[in-house]
Each structure stands twice: as structure tokens, then as C-alpha cells.
Design a protein around this ligand. Structure first.
Ligand code: ADP
Ligand code: MG
Length: 683
């Protein structure tokens, strides 16, 4: 069987299971090979019942004491049985697994593994898995993969399916010549794939992941080279000069543009009026004021008779951009119609928006990626701005060219402006954005007070709440960030839903607390964000959906729970949501880890408000290869590679791409063609 085959063709995989795999982006066998575990667990040593505590995940060797009982509630059955070792007894419960009644019989001695929870106020072993003693001893010696799951698709199923592919397709031929594999110091491809799914130990696994990161970078850099070539050939079909409206905005703004903003704006106007289509990256730290620069560019485009589109990574950010742009154009009496196209619109609203875009009535169009993916036709799209997200891959560029072509009938590439706050060292930026011209905005508007930071332990929570209350009483607003949406069986960290309830309880009617997270409907999310912006909400408890771009200058406090779970670059992005106005901003990093390294890492944030510096310090401290638990940020949409952790592989790939042979390139492209992720997602 070939790796390009659909997963459906495997024995035992029906429509339903393949649909579930599809949900997590796995279509081909090759996709499955690249669907690598996000973590590994080690099974713990056996515990005695007398030692176990609620909240722990434990394994106990026990004997079932009583005939199990089955309780029924609507849509729920609870099977419960008592078990004992020589130190005590514990109840075990299984939800919705009535058939276990036949297995769990009195006298049965097994190792039971699961989380200790509370049921009717008694400690119970929830949903334990069952093993023979010898079987468990063996398991203890390997790393058990934790795959990113979706409802209905469990680890066991994924493991089995992966094994099936190993059995059929291995070994996989390496596209790299063996001599190059050796020279670069990589693991062979086949070995790397096998290792990454079932490593014997961590060191080996890291090496395997490195290999896959190298491949990912290499494929990426090849397309960067192609794009660069295309850029050099792309003639400017949409000549755009500076316009009166843009000048009017600059004059009327309540602040003076910084030099960095002014220089960037000049770069953009030079590009758009020049011989070739613009492909420019604006790299500027959070709060450096990128949005206004983008708006000026868009106003120029529209006043030169074209349309401009701005794409944001989240609905929340798109809605906010649209609202701000509308308000500003109205205030400065610039007659340009701005339209928001987002998933939260009703079908009718969407239709109307699309009609206005197609007729050209809409000058500025703001939306998410759906803008280019859905069937949106523009009359004459000449400028595309992407905010806080990735540049376009080859495919997206083709789509864009088609979309901008409707009127002229010929396919032309619009000007592209990429706005990013990704704080990466310049050497890496030049590699990753090799196809783009770069404007760096390394200057913050000078009205800003630097954010005051503190890294504290859980004992500080009470004080933090008091501080938040004080700030809100003074008319300011606050964010609290939790790593999770809801309580989870797997990890123990704060979650938005319970935390919101908790804060409501603590603050009572004095402080208006609401929540925001990725599982809410787009419409609800926008509503909450609008209300927060309108100051109808004082404290917003949120996941990292607010990480990028959101701008509510009245917020002064940012409190981040389980800060140790985030990468520094991401924390810096999150922190950038406060201190955007003239009032003093505060950021409280709540560190619940007892690990000294974590504290040291977080302290870097304490000492610096400079994103570029933070990212490189983080890199130094962690050293390459330390990737688990934390992905620095989702800003570069790589599957395995991480810009910070795998900087060594990025450099290696950037050297190799200069000498790669045509045959090797062809073989790599064949692999990439089977990779649904690479084909669907913007890099
Ligand atoms: P980012 O670069 O993070 O996207 P924004 O464009 O959202 O930053 O700008 C952050 C805030 O700073 C906004 O409220 C904006 O109005 C304000 N701002 C932008 N430029 C200046 C400036 N030159 N002086 C003062 N405030 C500015
Ligand atoms: Mg922004």
C-alpha cells in the first residue's frame, strides 16, 4: 500500500472512523505518520491505597471485593465496584461502560490505572484502565504517546492505526541521500517516524522530532525560494500613490506618527507605486502601532480606485479592526465603505456583504482567512493586508490573483502587506521571510509607560484580586488568562469556565466578570468583545484567544494563571494587551510550578518589555531541543517545527536548500504532495 492512499483503505477503518481522522486533518497514510503525539506520559510506579490522594493519577494493584453495581441516570450509567489491597479499600467507577460489569468480578486481581476523583464526597478511581501485573511492568518502561484527540477518536485507536501503517509501509525510503543525512547529522526518515510515535526514551525522541522539523523547514524554504522568484517577476498591475485621505488622517490623528511608522508608511507607498507588486513584512513589537499604518495603505489603495482587504487570524480581531476602521473613517469624514465579512454574520448579512464586495461598493473589506477561502469575489482587489498571521503560501497567492482579477479578466497579483509581531531574532526572520522585503518598527509611541510586571506564586492570588478590584473601581479593566477552557482529565491547570464562576463569587456585584474562549460561537465571542470594548464588562476571563492584536486601551491589568505553561514569546504577546493607553499597565504572571527553571524563565519577562530580546533570552536559557509542554507560539503554522526550539534545524535547512539536488527536491515534493496539512494551511 502506498503512503498516499486514503486512510479509509486500511483494514478496520470505516466511514465513521475515517471521518473522525479527517476532523484532525488526517486523510492519507502519510498524514497519519506525521500526526505525532503532542506529549508522552510515563506510567507511574504502583501506589498503595493508603498513600493515594485526590487529584493524582495512580496505578494500584488491587483485588475486586464486591459484585459491581450499575446505577442508571438519563443518558448515564455508572458502574461501581469496591477493591482493596493490604492497606485499604477504594471504590472504582466507570461511566457509560455497563459492559465492564462482566469483567470486573469479585476476586479479580489487576493493576488499575486512573485518576483519583471525588464521587459523593468519597475518593474514587475514575474510569481506571486495567492491566495484568506483567503487562503493566512492561508499560512502565516505555513512553506512552498522548495524541491530540477529538471526540470519538481515542489514543488506542490512533496507536493501532499507526501500527497498522508501520506494518504495511515500512521502511519508508528517505528522500535525502544517505550521505547528506550523515553530513547534516540527522536521523534517517524511517527511523525518525517510527521513533516519534513510540520512542523508548526522551533523548531519542528529540532526535527524531528534529529530523521531522528539518523536513518541514526544507519543504517550506523551497517554497519561499519559489515565491521570491515569483515576486521578482510580478509586475505592478495596481499602481497606487499616496492619496489625500491618507494625508488627512495623518494630520488629524490625535497623536503624531512615530518615525518608525512614518518610515514604514513611506516604504509601502514606494512599493505600491513602483514597478513590482509589493510583498512586504512589517515587523513591529506589540503596541508599536501597526494597524494605523495598514489603514493608511488601504485608504491609498481605495482612493486610487481599488479595493483593499485585511485579514485577521480570529473573528474577534477582525470584528474589532472593522469597528475601529469604520469609526475612524467616519470621524475624519473619509467616504470609504468598510465591510466586515465574518463567520458570525447571518446568511442574509453575509450575502449582502458579498454583494457589496463584488460590486465594488465596499472599499475596505475586513475578515478572517475565510475571505480568500470562501467564494468571495472582489471587483478589483489591489491590496491584501494580513494582520498577525502568516504570509501566503503559493496556493493562496494563486487564489488571490484569481480573486483580484474579476474585472480586468487577467490574473494579477495584488500588493501584499504582512503585519507581524512575532519577536524573532533578525537572522531567523531573514530566513523565514526570505521572500519578503522587511520594514522593522522598533519604536514604541512615546506616550506609553512601560508595563509593571511581577512573577508571583499562588499565595499572591488574594492580593491580585484585591488589586484588580481596585483598578476596576478606578474605571479601568482587566484580563485574566487561563490555559484551558474547561476542566480536563489530563492536565491540572486553571480553566476559564470555573474561574469565571469563582471570580463572580469573589467580586459579587461590585465587578462585572464575563468569559471568552474558543469554544464559544463566533457571534457570542464578538458580543463579549464588543461589550468589553464598550466597558460593559470590567474583568474578562479568557483563554489565549485574546493573545493576538486585541486593542482595548482602557485595560490596565493582565493576570496570567499558570504562566509557566506558556512560552515567553506568547506571554509577551498576551501582556501586550495592556499598557496600550496612557494609564499605567500591570502584568501579573502567576507561576504555579515549583520548578526553579520556570521561575527563572518567567523572570526574563520581569526584566524586559522588549519582545525581540525576550525571545532570544528564552532561546538561550532553554537551549535548543526543549520543546515539550510549550510551543512558543502558533504564529508560524508548522506542524512539528517550532521557530524557537528548532532554530538549529532552520539554519541547517536554510544551508541545505542552497545545495539541494533536483532529484532530492523532486522526492521531497512527492512526500509533500501527500501531506494534507501542507496543502491546506497557510504557511
Ligand atoms: P500593534 O502594533 O500591536 O498592532 P496597534 O496598532 O493596535 O498596535 O496600536 C496600539 C495602540 O496605540 C492603539 O490604541 C493605537 O491607537 C495607538 N497608537 C498607534 N500609533 C500611535 C502613536 N504614534 N502615538 C500614540 N498612540 C499610538
Ligand atoms: Mg495589531
Amino acid at each position: 500500500m502506498k503512503l498516499s492512499e486514503n486512510i479509509k483503505n486500511l483494514k478496520g477503518i470505516g466511514e465513521k472512523t475515517s471521518a473522525l481522522f479527517g476532523k484532525v486533518g488526517v486523510f492519507s497514510l502519510w498524514d497519519l505518520m506525521l500526526y505525532v503525539p503532542r506529549d508522552f506520559v510515563r506510567y507511574p510506579e504502583l501506589s498503595k491505597i493508603s498513600e493515594i490522594k485526590v487529584g493524582q493519577t495512580v496505578a494500584v494493584a488491587v483485588t475486586v471485593q464486591t459484585e459491581p453495581t450499575l446505577a442508571k441516570a438519563p443518558r448515564l450509567t455508572i458502574l461501581s465496584a469496591k477493591a482493596a489491597d493490604d492497606t485499604g479499600t477504594i471504590r472504582m467507577v466507570w461511566f457509560n461502560m455497563p459492559y465492564m460489569k462482566k469483567t470486573v468480578i469479585p476476586g479479580l486481581t489487576r493493576v488499575f490505572y486512573g485518576k483519583v476523583g471525588l464521587y459523593r464526597n468519597q475518593p474514587v478511581l475514575e474510569h481506571p484502565k486495567m492491566f495484568g501485573k506483567e503487562e503493566y511492568d512492561k508499560l512502565k518502561n516505555v513512553l506512552e504517546p498522548v495524541y491530540p484527540l477529538t471526540k470519538g477518536l481515542g489514543t488506542d485507536r490512533i496507536k493501532k492505526t499507526v501500527q497498522q501503517v508501520f506494518d504495511i509501509c515500512f521502511p519508508i525510503k528517505d528522500y535525502l541521500p544517505e550521505s547528506d543525512v550523515k553530513k547534516i547529522g540527522l536521523m534517517g526518515l524511517s527511523e525518525a517516524l517510527q521513533t516519534v510515535h513510540s520512542p523508548a526514551e526522551e533523548e531519542i525522541m528529540k532526535k527524531a522530532r528534529k529530523r521531522l522539523a528539518f523536513d518541514e523547514y526544507l519543504a517550506f524554504l523551497i517554497s519561499v525560494r519559489e515565491m521570491k522568484e515569483e515576486n521578482l517577476n510580478a509586475v505592478n498591475d495596481f499602481p497606487i500613490g499616496e492619496s489625500g485621505g491618507a494625508r488627512k488622517i495623518i494630520e488629524k490623528l490625535p497623536y503624531k506618527l512615530t518615525n518608525a511608522q512614518m518610515n514604514t508608511y513611506c516604504d509601502i507607498v514606494n512599493d505600491m507605486s513602483g514597478k513590482r507588486a509589493m510583498n512586504r513584512l512589517v515587523q513591529g513589537d506589540v503596541g508599536s502601532g501597526k494597524t494605523i499604518v495598514a489603514l493608511l495603505a488601504m485608504v491609498c489603495a481605495v482612493e486610487n480606485g481599488y479595493q483593499a482587504a485585511m485579514m485577521a487570524p480570529t473573528e474577534v480581531l477582525a470584528a474589532q479592526h472593522a469597528a475601529k476602521i469604520k469609526a475612524m473613517l467616519e470621524e475624519y469624514e473619509i467616504p470609504i465603505k468598510t465591510v466586515l465579512l465574518s463567520g458570525s454574520l447571518t446568511a442574509k448579512e453575509k450575502r449582502e456583504a458579498k454583494a457589496e464586495i463584488a460590486s465594488g461598493e465596499a472599499g475596505i473589506v475586513v475578515g478572517t482567512q475565510a475571505l480568500i477561502q470562501e467564494g468571495v469575489e472582489f471587483k478589483n482587489l489591489a491590496l491584501v493586508v494580513t494582520d498577525e498571521q502568516h504570509r501566503f503560501g503559493v496556493k493562496q497567492r494563486e487564489t488571490l490573483a484569481e480573486k483580484s482579477a474579476a474585472q480586468s479578466g487577467k490574473s494579477s497579483t495584488p500588493h501584499v502587506l504582512v503585519m507581524s509581531a512575532t519577536p524573532i531574532p533578525r537572522t531567523l526572520a531573514i530566513i523565514l521571510y526570505g521572500d519578503l522585503d522587511i520594514s522593522v518598527m522598533n519604536e514604541l509611541p512615546n506616550a506609553r509607560l512601560p508595563i509593571k510586571n511581577c512573577v508571583v506564586g499562588p499565595e499572591f492570588r488574594k492580593k491580585a484580586y484585591e488589586f484588580i478590584e481596585k483598578e476596576t473601581a478606578a474605571g479601568h479593566q482587566a484580563y485574566v488568562i487561563c490555559p484551558q477552557v474547561e476542566e480536563s482529565e489530563v492536565t491540572e491547570s486553571e480553566n476559564v469556565i470555573d474561574y469565571t464562576e469563582k471570580l463572580k463569587g469573589i467580586f459579587g456585584s461590585r465587578v462585572r466578570v464575563e468569559m471568552l474562549h474558543g469554544k464559544m460561537k463566533p457571534k457570542e465571542k464578538n458580543k463579549i468583545m464588543e461589550r468589553f470594548a464598550a466597558h460593559e464588562i470590567d474583568v474578562l476571563v479568557s483563554t489565549t484567544v485574546i493573545e493576538v492584536g486585541v486593542d482595548v486601551p482602557n485595560s490596565t491589568v493582565m493576570m496570567i494563571e499558570n504562566a509557566e505553561k506558556f512560552g515567553l514569546a506568547q506571554l509577551h504577546q498576551i501582556r501586550g494587551r495592556v499598557g496600550r493607553g496612557s494609564a499605567q499597565g500591570y502584568c501579573i504572571f502567576l507561576n504555579t510550578s515549583k520548578n526553579k527553571e520556570d521561575n527563572k524563565r518567567l523572570k526574563i519577562l520581569n526584566e524586559s518589555n522588549d519582545g525581540f530580546k525576550i525571545a532570544s533570552e528564552d532561546l538561550k536559557l532553554r537551549g535548543p531541543g526543549d520543546f515539550f509542554g510549550i510551543r512558543q507560539s502558533g504564529l508560524m503554522n508548522f506542524r512539528i517545527a517550532d521557530v524557537y526550539n528548532d532554530a538549529d534545524m532552520l539554519k541547517a535547512a536554510s544551508e541545505y536548500v542552497k545545495v539541494i539536488s533536483d532529484d532530492t527536491k523532486k522526492a521531497l515534493n512527492e512526500l509533500a504532495a501527500m501531506d494534507s496539512h501542507a496543502n491546506q494551511v497557510t504557511l
